[in-house]
Design a protein around this ligand. Sequence first.
Ligand code: ATP
Ligand code: MG
Ligand code: MG
Ligand code: MG
Length: 558
Amino acid sequence: MSRLYAPTLKEDPAEAELASHRLLLRAGMIRKQAAGLYTYLPLAWRSLMKIEAIVRDEMDARGAQECLMPIMVDADIWRESGRYDAYGPELMRLSDRHEREFVLGPTHEETVTDLVKHELRSYKQLPLNLYHIQDKFRDEMRPRFGLMRSREFIMKDAYSFNATQESLQESYDGMKEAYASICARCGLKALPVVADSGQIGGDTSVEFMALADAGEASLVYCDDCGFAADDEAAATRVAVTEGPGDGALAKVRTPGLGTIEKVAEFFGFPESGTRKALALVDGEGSPVVAIVPGDHEMNEVKAEHAFGVYHLMSEEELEGAGLHKGFIGPVGLPAGVRLVCDESLRASTSWTCGANEADYHYTGARPGRDFEADAWADLVSVRAGDPCPRCGKPLSGARGIEVSQVFQLGTKYSEAMGATFADESGVERPLLMGCYGVGISRTLAAVVEQHHDERGISWPVSVAPYEVEVVALTVGDDVVGPCAQRLAEELSAANVEALLDERGERAGVKFADADLIGLPYQVILGKRGVTAGTAEVKVRATGERLDVALDEVADWLA
Ligand code: ATP
Ligand code: MG
Ligand code: MG
Ligand code: MG
């Protein structure tokens, strides 16, 4: 430790709100370069390498192949996919000396699709899963929580290419399994939360949410049947998947009711292939939902096409009707309902600006004008204690950190970019794709959120920078110093990673740093113990202390 570059801080840095941010700074593990840009110091880097090793192990075990794509990518392929404009200000754009345009990849669907489209020709080469571990760049609006939401961060992103939906499902299920295992091996308690709960008969996207009070997502889950959802999206989202112009018009969520199909069933709509929900406003400006047959162009929908029109009830109305939050109630056709999308809805800017496909946009809808923003947010949430939409048991609540996400992309990128393969009968088809991301640096922060106390971090062994700190309480004497040195060597011979604190600091400073840095075990060597042939072993997580004979310490820890 006398040579380790890990400058610890006694005081809490003022800028750090989250425990992970505060403790990683204090333990001398990260330093800020500029907003959202961090250096990982040696201790953090060791932990990150361990997380990466776990991720690699789980990927490789499922046949994914590691490669490394460039960070800086030609803007043209982002134009080809349509995301150069759609991605918004999070996309970092730059040009070279020849004024050719590039982006710093926030994710690599375009890059990988462009890679395989030239040389992947036949179904015989499928399935294929390529992954890399790399720095990503997103110009986040508020990069203020340390590694939790930085602008440059480490991600493992994998992309599967498949010939059939069944094969895509297999790749996707394999990745989902891998992600659950990655969380568990990193010591994270996490819930797989269905991100596209509008789907019936299986999910096509799941986010792994590490449970922590610091999490941005508010979750509800059922201990009984395993249902878990973002409370805003709980149970369902009746999403408009097609709208005027640039995509989704609005997302309408009806927690507690199930999918749009369930809504339809519940209210007895006629059977029909696809259905759409249309969020509109009535003459008074209240939000209204119309359920219409799927084969109508959105901007041609007329009142008489609708199976039903519903308004989102106020809290008092809900209570009066004996319904729980988030219910939508049939209202017939109130006077002044406009079932035609008007130009003003179409032209205004997007409300929630989610950068990826998982986030549906309220394109065009303006809170305050089209909805009362607060009332809306309140109406759509399902709280702990509400009945589980799957089994009816009361839901529990928690907050979560999104550490990873799996996603079935289908042919979105392959069609846009012309990535096809020849199927068994020689017909050219667009590749089916899935993408699978793990936030490596965010995982580190999430581990700290789940494993700390008021004195510092308390690492799980699997991702700790070292397993043991050997604390020599006195140095420069011929009793404790040489013994500590010998013990450190013995430990490393037994493959136990040990950090030796042989600094000329007071015992109090050493204890405080040991608890702050938080290696799982401390082996404390003092003059009295060493003379009597014992060391004190302290388990960081529990505070448990026990005396172990000096010549048994290595065995005890190995
Ligand atoms: P968020 O909802 O937190 O903005 P995201 O859904 O935009 O994340 P993805 O596109 O799904 O993120 O990227 C895969 C993973 O990368 C995320 O699950 C997360 O762990 C990590 N990640 C995304 N943005 C950041 C960031 N700004 N800083 C650190 N990690 C991030
Ligand atoms: Mg994001
Ligand atoms: Mg997200
Ligand atoms: Mg995500």
